[in-house]
Design a protein around this ligand. Structure first.
Ligand SMILES: NC(=O)c1ccc[n+]([C@@H]2O[C@H](COP(=O)([O-])OP(=O)(O)OC[C@H]3O[C@@H](n4cnc5c(N)ncnc54)[C@H](OP(=O)(O)O)[C@@H]3O)[C@@H](O)[C@H]2O)c1
Length: 373
């Protein structure tokens, strides 16, 4: 029996994770649950799964996440809360020797070097739940790092893949929330529409797999069947394919290094028909280029990008910023950070200071981008 703790149990990933537990009651047991503000749904989950601890961050503050993530009976801790609220909890779970199942990509974008250094020092596995990184983890299994030339992340292209640049100025949050292949929480769905989700994933891959940005590529694949690929020195490319169902990567992280049966439809390629691939359009979707710019610059630039993106997305969802204003607000905040000379990122205190500065800058009137379309 593996003890499972879930942070973000009331969200899209959290509920899929509980569905995985339902499928394997003989192998998995929920020992602790945490959520943000949805007390009714958390109470319902507590009634069904009877964890020995549960917590609502809105009531008990961020410290309760550390308590849930370090529960003595937890073997695997799934981080599926949105944003970066769980950073301290990830570090505490690593210190406590827990296996980390990580859906929460923003944590690695903000503090990838700190988190991965801690995991290496403690000898703790960080298993990716993000479907692309999970695919790469599967493709890399048993291979020598020296044999790898490139990681190739696939992207669905989002709901606006075929839209002309001018039309992008008029899209609304409601349009952006209609993702063609994945059903996800609102923040990641907007990020998928801007391609910032792929940008965050490029940065996540850089830290998870310790590979430079020059060896990470992105390929648009609208069917979302090939979840990602790895290219090796001899030119061979190994890909992982599967149906679009997040229960699969979640279960992989829970069962690793074993594989268990999964009650999902089998992949039927004859039925799927065509698999298409194309290069991403960085002019129409500049957020992806901004992520590569962040990795090429000072380490603090990724923190700035992540923080400014969270502010930009919430302003877009509130109707206070247009769709094309999202990359402009992020770029403007990154420019300002570079003008100020950037700061060193020696540890968590620096990470937090840069994050706070970027959030204040992106939210403040000084940017003058409130009316950008
Ligand atoms: N959905 C996907 O298919 C998918 C795929 C790959 C990666 N991810 C990543 O997984 C994470 C979760 O995504 P999602 O789609 O599941 O999001 P979601 O549906 O919006 O759920 C977010 C979860 O986080 C909780 N939460 C919010 N603020 C919190 C806080 N301060 N402390 C503790 N919990 C908090 C929410 O609780 P309440 O609802 O109770 O407020 C909810 O349970 C994100 O980092 C996303 O990038 C998601």
């Amino acid at each position: 029996m593996k003890g499972i703790a879930i942070l973000g149990s009331t969200g899209s990933i959290g509920q899929s994770a509980l569905a995985v537990v339902d499928t394997h009651p003989d192998k998995l047991r929920v020992v602790a649950l945490a959520a943000g503000a949805n007390g009714d749904r958390l109470a319902e989950q507590v009634r069904i799964y009877r964890p020995s601890r549960s917590a609502l961050a809105a009531e008990r503050g961020p410290e309760c996440l550390v308590e849930i993530a370090t529960h003595p009976d937890a073997d695997v801790v799934l981080f599926a809360s949105s944003g970066t609220a769980a950073l301290d909890a990830v570090l505490a779970a690593i210190e406590a020797g827990k296996t980390i199942a990580l859906a929460n990509k923003e944590i690695l974008v903000m503090a990838g070097s700190v988190v991965m250094a801690a995991a290496r020092r403690r000898g703790v596995a960080v298993l990716p739940v993000d479907s692309e990184h999970n695919a790469i983890h599967q493709c890399l299994h048993g291979r020598r790092a020296d044999d790898v030339t490139r990681l190739i992340l696939t992207a669905s292209g989002g709901p606006f893949r075929g839209l002309a640049a001018d039309a992008l100025a008029h899209v609304t949050a409601e349009d952006a929330l209609r993702h063609p292949t994945w059903r996800m929480g609102p923040k990641i769905t907007i990020d998928s529409a801007t391609l910032m989700n792929k940008g965050l994933e490029v940065i996540e891959a850089r830290w998870l797999f310790d590979v430079g940005a020059d060896r990470i590529a992105v390929l648009v694949h609208p069917q979302s069947i090939v979840h990602s690929m790895v290219e090796f020195v001899d030119g061979s490319v190994i890909a992982q394919l599967g149906v679009t169902d997040m229960r699969l990567p979640i279960q992989y992280a829970f069962s690793y290094p074993e594989r268990w049966d999964a009650p999902v439809p089998r992949l039927d390629l004859a039925h799927a028909g065509k698999l298409e691939f194309e290069a991403p359009d960085l002019d129409r979707f500049p957020c992806l280029a901004l992520a590569f710019r962040a990795l090429a610059g000072a380490e603090g630039l990724s923190i700035v990008l992540n923080a400014a993106n969270e502010i930009a997305v919430s302003r877009f969802m509130a109707g206070a910023l247009g769709f094309r204003g999202i990359p402009r607000l992020i770029a403007d905040t990154m420019d300002a950070y570079e003008r100020e000379g950037g700061g060193p990122v020696a540890g968590l205190a620096d990470v937090r200071a840069i994050d706070a500065w970027a959030r204040a800058y992106a939210a403040g009137p000084a940017t003058g981008v409130k009316s950008l379309s």
